[in-house]
Design a protein around this ligand. Structure first.
Ligand code: SAM
Length: 212
């Protein structure tokens, strides 16, 4: 996924009006930034942004923000916006460690985590985007009835994610270990890049939807 040394990616990103460059200043001001009061949903670790672009295109009355750590990957999401621009999609290039500096209390009504990096070593568990540490950050800006949706083909990471919920005061609303064969949960499913890749290899996809 990480496309190293995409020439000029950093320059393109630093000049792009689609990227929110000082995201801390947007905290509490996202409605002003989008110039409407539509709900706000975010994807953390968006990669090249296929999922979010498709979602935003299907839901023009919802605002979306894609968060991605690496310029080289975010650059691809910007290219997609050049060919198919959408007014309800913006991006932030940042490490999600500081995500609660960017969104205010009750500002976000849904968080998508798709095929998040597994960080397999125990000592790195708190870097996983589904760890209790991250869930506690999400708790600071997720709406009262807001949800977190997580998809992965990594069963160990999924089991870990389920175990972490109670430690941060979250509970599972829906869980599947084989999304593509779950007639209820698969309805309206938008495939991410990783989902396409891993499901074509025959890997079952796990998904949860959780709230506090
Ligand atoms: N969500 C996409 C998909 O399903 O196709 C990409 C999945 S890829 C395995 C994980 C992505 O999350 C990478 O692009 C990585 O750079 C990004 N990422 C991982 N940790 C992150 C963090 N702490 N903050 C922001 N982005 C992160």
């Amino acid at each position: 996924m990480r496309l190293r040394n995409v020439k000029g990616a950093r320059d393109v990103i630093s000049l792009s009006p689609l990227v929110v460059h000082e995201p801390e200043k947007a905290k509490g001001n996202w409605k002003i930034l989008f110039n409407n009061d539509h709900p706000l949903r975010i994807e953390i670790g968006m990669g090249k942004g296929k999922f979010l672009h498709e979602l935003a295109s299907k839901n023009p009355d919802i605002n979306y923000v894609g968060i991605e750590k690496y310029s080289s990957v975010l650059f691809r999401a910007l290219q997609k916006m050049e060919t198919d621009p959408l007014p309800n999609l913006r991006f932030i290039r940042m490490d999600a460690e500081d995500i609660d500096q960017v969104f205010d209390r009750e500002e976000v009504d849904r968080i998508y985590l798709n095929f998040s990096d597994p960080w397999p070593k125990d000592r790195h568990a708190k870097r996983r985007l589904t760890s209790r540490e991250f869930l506690k950050r999400y708790d600071r800006f997720l709406k009262k009835d807001g949800v977190v949706e997580f998809k992965t083909d990594n069963r160990e990471l999924f089991d870990f994610a389920l175990e972490e919920l109670a430690f941060a005061g979250f509970k599972a609303l829906q869980v599947t270990y084989d999304l593509h064969h779950d007639s209820e949960m698969v309805e309206g499913n938008i495939m991410t890049e990783y989902e396409e890749r891993f499901s074509s290899m025959g890997n079952p996809i796990c998904k949860y939807i959780v709230k506090r």
